[in-house]
Design a protein around this ligand. Structure first.
Ligand SMILES: Cc1cc2nc3c(=O)[nH]c(=O)nc-3n(C[C@H](O)[C@H](O)[C@H](O)COP(=O)(O)OP(=O)(O)OC[C@H]3O[C@@H](n4cnc5c(N)ncnc54)[C@H](O)[C@@H]3O)c2cc1C
Length: 463
C-alpha cells in the first residue's frame, strides 16, 4: 500500500526537521524518513561532539598554562578520556533526542525509521512502506570519504564518526588530511596528551585559505608539538606490529611515520549513491552531488535537494539556510537564492579562524582595485589581557565601492568577532560605516573599525 503526503522529507539533518515544522504549520501533511541518527552529522558526528571535545581540550590546555596566569594547580594536569567522552556523549545525545522528540510530537508529521530509496519518479520505498508526495525534499547529507590509498585495507582506520567512540588516549594519532576536520582533531588530541602527526599531500595546510593563514595555523599547531608533514605525495599504509606505518614520500624528513591510530580526514562524499536517484530522474555531478538550481530545485520536477548533498555548502548554517530559502520560496512567495549567500565559516582550532567572503587571493583574482588591512592579535588589547595573542585579523574592501569583500580573524574570539564584519557585508554597507561605529572595550571586535581604517591600497595583480 502506498501512503500519500503533501510533502516527503528524506533525512533528519539540519534542513529536514525545520522544513517539516514550517510545512506542517502551513497545514501540509509530511512524511519524514531517517535511517540512522536524528539530527544527522552536526548533532551526532560533526559540530556538536567535536566542539564539546574541543572545550575539554581547551580546559586541559589552559590548566597546563595556569602558572602563566598566577594560578597553581598543584600537580600534573590529567585528562580522563572516559569522562571527556561521557561529557561529549551527554551533550550530543541530548541534542539528538531533542530533534527526535520534536519530530515525533509534530502535528501532521509522520516519522519513518529506515533507509529511503526512490523506486519511481514519485515513489519512495522505506522498509515495507511506499510513500508518495507532491513535494519531495532530499536532505541526505554526507559521510567521510575513504580514499583509495595503497594498503588502506590492511590497517585499522578511524573516521570522524568512529574516532568519537575512543575513550582511551592514543599513543600517537596520525591524521591524514590537513584541512578543517583533520586539524580540529589533531589539536584536540594533542591537548589530551597524545603525540600527533598531520600528514597532508598539499604543500600547505588548509590550502583553500590564504598563504599567510595556512602558515600561521601551522605555526600555532607546531608550537603545541604537533608534527606537520606537508608534500606527502605518496601516502600509503602498512601494519607494523599492532601499529600503523604511514609512508609519506615527503620532500624532506623521515619517509615513514608510525602511529598507534590513524584518522582519515581527506574530505566528504554525499549520501546519494544509494538513494535510487536514477529512478526519480534526479541528476548528480561527477562527484555524486545532486545538481540544483539557485532555488535548490533538482532536475526532477517537484524534488528539491538541501544541505551537504547538493554541494552548495558544507556547513550546518548553509544547510539551515537552504531550508530558509526553500520555505520562503514555497510558502511565502519570495524568490530567495543560494547565490545571495555570503560564504562564512570557522575553523575551530584554538585560537579559531573566523572567515567571511573572499580570501585575499580570490579578491586579487577579480582584478578590482583593493584596500587591505592586517593587524596581529599581539596588538589587540583583549587578546593580550587573556594571554592569547596568536594569529592576526585581516580585511579586504573594494577600493571603489567601499564594500567589504572578505575577512579573516585568526585569533581568540575570532569565530564570534568575524560576525561584526559579516553583518556589514550582508547589509552591503560601505566599510566606512563600520569604521565609524563605537565598539565595546575591551573586545576583539573593537579593533575592527581600526583595522578597516588602516586598510591600504594594494594592486590586485600582485600577490
Ligand atoms: C567532524 C565534523 C565537524 C564539523 N563541524 C562543523 C562546524 O563546527 N560547523 C558547521 O557549520 N559545520 C560543521 N560540520 C559540517 C556539518 O556537520 C554538516 O555540514 C551538516 O551536518 C550538514 O547537514 P545536512 O542537513 O546537509 O545533512 P546531515 O546532517 O548529514 O543529515 C543527513 C541525514 O540524512 C540521513 N540519510 C541519509 N541518507 C538517507 C536515506 N537514504 N534514507 C533516510 N535517511 C537518510 C542521515 O542518516 C542523516 O541523519 C562538521 C562536519 C564534520 C564531519
Amino acid at each position: 500500500m502506498t501512503a500519500t503526503y503533501d510533502a516527503l522529507i528524506i533525512g533528519a539533518g539540519q534542513a529536514g526537521p525545520p522544513l517539516a515544522e514550517r510545512l506542517t504549520a502551513a497545514g501540509m501533511s509530511v512524511g519524514l524518513i531517517e535511517r540512522k541518527l536524528f539530527g544527522g552529522t552536526c548533532v551526532n558526528t560533526g559540530c556538536i561532539p567535536t566542539k564539546t571535545l574541543i572545550a575539554s581540550a581547551y580546559a586541559a590546555h589552559l590548566a597546563r598554562r595556569a602558572t602563566e596566569y598566577g594560578v597553581s594547580i598543584g600537580g600534573e594536569v590529567a585528562v580522563d578520556m572516559k569522562a571527556v567522552k561521557g561529557r561529549k556523549d551527554m551533550v550530543s545525545t541530548r541534542a539528538r533526542r531533542g530533534v527526535e522528540s520534536w519530530l515525533e510530537r509534530m502535528e501532521r508529521c509522520t516519522v519513518y525509521r529506515g533507509h529511503a530509496r526512490f523506486v519511481s519518479p514519485r515513489e519512495v520505498q522505506v522498509g515495507s512502506d511506499r510513500i508518495t508526495a507532491k513535494y519531495i525534499f532530499i536532505n541526505a547529507g554526507g559521510r567521510a570519504l575513504i580514499p583509495e590509498l595503497p594498503g588502506i585495507d590492511r590497517v585499522a582506520t578511524l573516521t570522524n564518526t568512529s574516532i568519537l567512540e575512543l575513550d582511551a588516549l592514543p599513543r600517537h594519532l596520525v591524521v591524514v588530511g590537513g584541512s578543517y576536520v583533520g586539524l580540529e582533531f589533531a589539536q584536540m588530541y594533542r591537548r589530551f596528551g597524545a603525540a600527533v602527526t598531520v600528514v597532508e599531500r598539499a604543500p600547505r595546510l588548509i590550502a583553500r585559505e590564504d598563504d599567510d593563514v595556512s602558515a600561521a595555523v601551522k605555526e600555532i599547531l607546531e608550537a603545541e608539538g604537533i608534527v606537520v608533514r606537508l608534500d606527502a605525495e605518496c601516502i600509503r599504509f602498512e601494519p607494523r606490529g599492532a601499529e600503523i606505518a604511514v609512508g609519506l614520500a615527503c620532500a624532506s624528513g623521515a619517509p615513514v611515520v608510525v602511529g598507534s591510530h590513524l584518522l582519515l580526514a581527506v574530505g566528504r562524499r554525499p549520501n546519494t549513491d544509494d538513494l535510487g536517484l536514477d529512478e526519480a530522474g534526479v541528476e548528480t555531478d561527477a562527484r555524486g552531488y545532486i545538481i540544483v538550481d539557485d532555488e535548490l530545485r533538482t532536475s526532477a520536477p517537484g524534488i528539491w535537494a538541501l544541505g551537504d548533498c547538493n554541494g552548495r555548502g558544507a556547513f550546518t548554517h548553509t544547510s539551515y539556510n537552504d531550508f530558509e530559502i526553500v520555505a520562503a520560496n514555497l510558502l511565502d512567495g519570495e524568490r530567495r537564492r543560494v547565490s545571495d549567500r555570503i560564504p562564512a565559516y570557522a575553523l575551530y582550532i584554538d585560537p579559531p579562524l573566523g572567515r567571511a567572503g573572499m580570501t585575499e587571493a580570490q579578491a586579487r583574482a577579480t582584478g578590482r582595485p583593493l584596500l587591505v588591512g592586517r593587524r596581529p592579535m599581539s596588538r589587540v588589547g583583549r587578546a593580550i589581557e587573556k594571554g592569547e595573542t596568536k594569529g592576526f585579523m585581516m580585511a579586504i574592501a573594494d577600493a571603489e565601492t567601499h564594500h567589504i569583500l572578505g575577512a579573516a580573524i585568526l585569533g581568540t574570539g575570532g569565530d564570534e568577532a568575524i560576525h561584526g564584519i559579516l553583518d556589514g557585508m550582508n547589509a552591503r554597507i560601505s566599510y566606512t560605516v563600520l569604521q565609524r561605529s563605537v565598539p565595546i572595550h575591551p573586545t576583539v571586535s573593537e579593533l575592527i573599525p581600526t583595522l578597516l581604517g588602516e586598510m591600504q591600497p594594494v594592486s590586485s595583480q600582485s600577490s
